[in-house]
Design a protein around this ligand. Structure first.
Ligand SMILES: Cc1cc2nc3c(=O)[nH]c(=O)nc-3n(C[C@H](O)[C@H](O)[C@H](O)COP(=O)(O)OP(=O)(O)OC[C@H]3O[C@@H](n4cnc5c(N)ncnc54)[C@H](O)[C@@H]3O)c2cc1C
Length: 381
């Protein structure tokens, strides 16, 4: 892929931050479940927390491919930081696309500077793959809504400041009538519950958001009431290619480590890279990674159109890249033998981090179902 000058500069800057600021802290972020605020601030200083926000409203005005290049570069060092970066980017784009002038003015500059971090809250304990089962409800009361419900597994939960919360209002008449509210931390009736203790991506501070008679002014609606499904594809696609980018970064780190190890580890007086079994593993990993990268970059490019983006390349990139990262990190661990299994090396962490990505932003099985139906000309839902 030939990058333009801006994309090259963005990739180099993100890689430098990843190498110098994120990599030295990544193991600790994982072990101690530290939310990577330090690294996020470094990304904000480089302008990356508002990278796709138009320049006219204080952002970087860069394209979707640049966003993916940043996610990939960061994930090579610290996937937890990369996942929070992607989530923040998705909510930023949602505000750009569907937010009112007041919301844009009051939130986007602070989000670009990293003074306010964003979280994206859809999942509930009974509605993960099936968002139609969402029960969080907003009941109209004059100029306000009264919100009740609990979201779980939300990236950045207690650490974020601004929350895009998907729910139903009492005016919902059809299963497709979802709404979204922008709710800020500190609002009375909004608190935090259980924090997840996940196997990977342990710096992302996933947890519960609890709304108990939480009064929210109606100007906090994102777009129009019951209009969430109409605007959602325009920003959720950024999450899909963003997660694909995170998968590329993790897989690249694993392949690099495997090649290095294959060249330096000697068994029976020769480097293990001299053995055909190991050569096959290196070749398979690198080929899968290259294929995922090609799919992801082209899906990102088509998002900026024209013509209007198709969901098919986004679903394919998310599906293939996340599954690829599991396969590649597993093989890279194998190349390392027992040391790959040890927590002294990052191989086991790469594997654990990759594992979560096939679940978030639509699990693989759901993507396959939607792709299969769309490819046969059927409606995806
Ligand atoms: C690291 C991480 C971060 C996350 N961050 C966020 C966040 O910031 N915000 C947020 O809202 N959510 C977040 N989530 C939640 C995530 O989006 C959900 O886990 C996901 O939607 C799946 O829902 P579930 O866990 O309830 O699984 P379930 O819906 O219970 O599904 C269980 C399994 O059944 C399969 N399945 C379900 N339906 C079908 C079907 N029709 N056909 C075939 N297979 C099916 C699924 O693919 C899955 O493998 C995060 C999850 C993870 C792991």
């Amino acid at each position: 892929m030939n990058f333009n000058e801006e994309q090259k500069m963005i990739q180099e800057t993100a890689s430098k931050i990843a190498r110098e600021e994120l990599a030295p802290r990544a193991a600790e972020v994982d072990r101690q479940q530290i939310f990577p605020r330090y690294g996020l601030q470094k990304l904000a200083e480089a302008g990356f927390l508002g990278i796709t926000i138009p320049q006219a409203i204080g952002g970087g005005g860069s394209d979707t491919l640049s966003f993916v290049l940043v996610a990939e570069a960061i994930a090579k060092a610290c996937p937890s930081t990369a996942l929070v970066f992607v989530t923040h980017g998705v909510v930023s784009r949602a505000l750009v696309i569907a937010g009112g002038d007041e919301q844009k003015k009051s939130l986007l500059p602070a989000m670009t500077m990293g003074k306010k971090l964003a979280a994206f809250a859809v999942t509930e304990s009974s509605s993960g793959s099936n968002p139609f089962a969402i029960t969080t409800k907003a009941v109209s009361d004059g100029d306000d809504f009264i919100v009740n419900g609990t979201k779980h597994f939300i990236t950045g939960a207690e650490e974020a400041d601004v929350y895009l919360v998907v729910l139903r209002t009492d005016q919902a008449k059809s299963p497709a009538d979802f709404s979204a509210l922008i709710i800020e931390k500190g609002t009375p009736g909004f608190s935090f519950g259980k924090k997840e203790d996940g196997m990977g991506l342990r710096g992302t501070s996933d947890g519960e958001l609890i709304f108990e008679d939480c009064r929210i002014h109606k100007t906090s609606l994102l777009g129009v009431e019951n209009g969430y499904l109409a605007v959602m594809p325009k920003f959720v696609g950024l999450g899909m290619v963003g997660i694909a980018g995170v998968s590329l970064g993790i897989a690249q780190a694993a392949v690099d480590a495997a090649i290095e190890h294959a060249k330096s580890r000697e068994i029976m007086s020769q480097p293990i890279g001299q053995y055909q079994g190991v050569q096959y593993l290196i070749a398979e990993m690198s080929t899968s990674l290259a294929a995922a990268r090609a799919l992801t970059y082209s899906a990102a490019q088509q998002m900026d159109g024209p013509p209007p983006p198709s969901p098919l390349p986004l679903y394919m990139a998310k599906l293939y890249a996340t599954e690829m990262a599991i396969e590649v990190t597993q093989k890279a661990l194998q190349v390392h033998g027992g040391t790959g299994y040890s927590r002294e090396l990052p191989l086991e962490r790469y594997y654990r981090d990759a594992r979560g990505l096939t679940l978030h932003f639509t699990p693989s099985e759901m993507l396959k179902g939607m792709l299969g139906k769309m490819l046969m000309g059927m409606p995806p839902f």
